[in-house]
Ligand binder design. Structure first.
Ligand code: NOJ
Length: 556
């Protein structure tokens, strides 16, 4: 592990660095393209380390960069211990890691344990092998129903397709069996009862930890354990990703057996100094979140409630309080997030008229969505400052620091997301938040790379380009930079105190060191309390806080 020690020079020695960290999610294919092939890559990330440094973030989380045919944006992994040649090499990865570490920025990688891709060596082997073989037992193959096995083994519905069973002949298998996939058919689910599968993932976690990776984001962390007892239970309609309320006994979501897997992972993580950290993506009943976030399991679990909470004072207050209490249950810290690669950018969500239901993760297709971009960005900034001030860590998504909006008019021919293609085109899918970033106002693909962008960028991206916002002291980028820089001072004790306000549309809390945050959600205007203003999400008007504005200030 001496390699690791050498690289960590710019990093703090605090073992609890993750508890109140600011983590910036990079979707590598859409961040920066170094070789002009239209796809973002690892060297592109390395070239932007000064930009990442300028954000004063503690860590980056990289969405999958592994070899993949991109049936699901890289969440269909061909090889867990390599870099996709389209994105670079392991040597490029090491160079990027060293560069980030030197600047004090830690790195999370995304681990996708529920399923591989259909092009993974093991799945290819399984297809070529006989029913009942060792190779097939790494996945979930079963005989079909009907006289000739022509019907799927159960009525389970997939997240991306009508059935969660696909006949093996689709990919060339000749044994008349079906295999299970919670997501696309190109994402066959692993059989986590198989010790070989369990050991292989330990090997993967060790592989990246030994390279110096600091943490892991665990994809579909609640999905690994499944009830495969026969006859299969019935699930004729998709029960959502979460199967909320099943109390640990659902068919494939959030079963109690999953924690044995994470306890074993934790033992591995704790062999490192500092221990490797992990955050679970688990769509479960909030009461179950602490089980994933326990110090004995993964340590942290995304709490997506602000993605689903309307931008209004009362709902924000309730959501904040509930999340803080939940995190305390297992000595974890809160995980605030407003945007990620799976849902409508929050600037758009907050500027739509009529506002979309906050539970909606995607824009519906075929409906017009009148958008007030200016108020959306303003509300989004107010929401961001609100959550950045709270105790716990904040996970941000690339482009939100520019106030970037969803691209909602991607032509059908350019759409890549299986969510759109397989879900009867009911939703627009997730490509709209995955469009390559604008770095410059002009030039090929707005500075993303010299050879165009793999998803079309709209003209209005020019106004949101990094180089444009860098010249404007009131731009979202300027506000993010300012807030993230001073945020470190307020991350002392993980506590907040609520203060009474004279308007139900205004929330005011403070942190133990005399630092305050006040948000005017909807009141026409609200008097600014006495104190030294540290940062405002939009300018005060005549000494008053306008609607859709957050102010950080210090009481003398
Ligand atoms: C959650 C990921 O965030 C999403 O992008 C992906 O489609 C599914 N898991 C399947 O891996």
């Amino acid at each position: 592990m001496s390699k690791t020690t050498k690289k960590t020079s710019g990093l703090s020695t605090d073992k609890n660095w993750w508890r109140q960290a600011a983590i910036y999610q990079i979707y590598p294919r859409s961040f920066a393209d170094s070789n002009g092939d239209g796809i973002g890559d690892i060297k592109g990330i390395t070239s932007r380390i000064p930009y990442l440094k300028s954000l004063s973030i503690d860590a980056v989380w990289l969405s999958p960069f592994y070899p993949s045919a991109l049936a699901d944006g890289g969440y269909d992994v061909d090889d867990y211990r390599d870099v996709d040649p389209k994105l670079g090499t392991l040597a490029d990865f090491d160079e990027m890691l060293a560069g980030l570490h030197a600047e004090g920025i830690r790195v999370f990688v995304d681990i996708v344990p529920n399923h591989s891709s259909n092009l993974h060596e093991w799945f290819k082997e399984a297809l070529a092998a006989k029913p009942g073989s060792k190779a097939r037992n790494r996945y979930i193959f079963r005989d079909g129903k009907g006289a000739n096995g022509e019907l799927p083994p159960s009525d389970w519905v997939s997240h991306f397709a009508p059935s969660s069973w696909t006949h093996e002949s689709t990919f060339g298998g000749k044994n008349n069996q079906w295999f299970l996939h919670w997501f696309a058919p190109e994402q066959p689910d692993f059989n986590w009862e198989n010790r070989e599968v369990q050991k292989d993932f330990l090997k993967t976690l060790k592989f990246w930890s030994d390279r110096g990776v600091d943490g892991f984001r665990i994809d579909v962390a609640h999905g690994l354990a499944k009830d495969l007892s026969e006859p299969f239970r019935s699930m004729p309609v998709h029960e959502g990703l979460e199967q909320r309320g099943n109390k640990g006994k659902g068919i494939w979501g959030d079963r109690n057996e999953v924690f044995a897997i994470y306890k074993e992972w934790r033992k591995l993580f704790n062999q490192y100094d500092p221990p490797r950290v992990a955050v679970a993506e688990a769509f479960v009943h909030p009461e179950r979140l602490p089980l994933y976030a326990s110090t004995k399991t993964l340590g942290q679990c995304f709490d997506f409630r602000f993605i689903e909470t309307p931008f209004e004072a009362n709902t924000y207050r309730i959501a904040t309080q509930e999340a803080i209490e939940l995190a305390k249950k297992n000595k974890s810290s809160c995980t605030w997030t407003l945007s990620n690669h799976d849902q409508i950018r929050h600037a758009t969500k907050m500027g739509l008229n009529p506002a979309v239901n906050r539970r909606d993760w995607m824009l519906s297709n075929g409906t017009s969505h009148p958008l007030d971009m200016q108020s959306g960005t303003q509300n989004a900034l107010a929401a961001t400052l609100y959550i950045l001030g709270l105790p716990g860590s904040t996970y941000m998504y690339q482009g939100e620091e520019l106030g970037l909006h969803e691209v909602s008019d991607i032509p059908e021919k350019d759409i890549q997301d299986p969510q759109y293609l397989r879900n009867l085109k009911v939703d627009k899918g997730r490509d709209g938040c995955r469009v390559p970033l604008p770095w410059t106002a002009t030039g090929s693909s707005f500075g993303f790379g010299s050879g165009g962008a793999h998803l079309p960028q709209p003209k209005w991206f020019a106004d949101y380009a990094v180089e444009v916002e860098e010249k404007d002291s009131l731009s979202p980028l300027a506000i993010y930079r300012k807030a993230l820089k001073i945020r470190k001072d307020l991350q002392t004790k993980e506590e907040i105190k609520w203060h009474k306000t004279k308007d139900v549309s205004v929330l005011h809390y403070s942190r133990p060191n005399g630092w305050h945050c006040i948000t005017n959600f909807r009141a026409q205007s609200y008097p600014m309390p006495k104190g030294e203003i540290l940062v405002t999400s939009s300018p005060l008007v005549g000494g008053q806080i306008p609607a859709g504005t957050t102010v950080w200030f210090k009481k003398k």
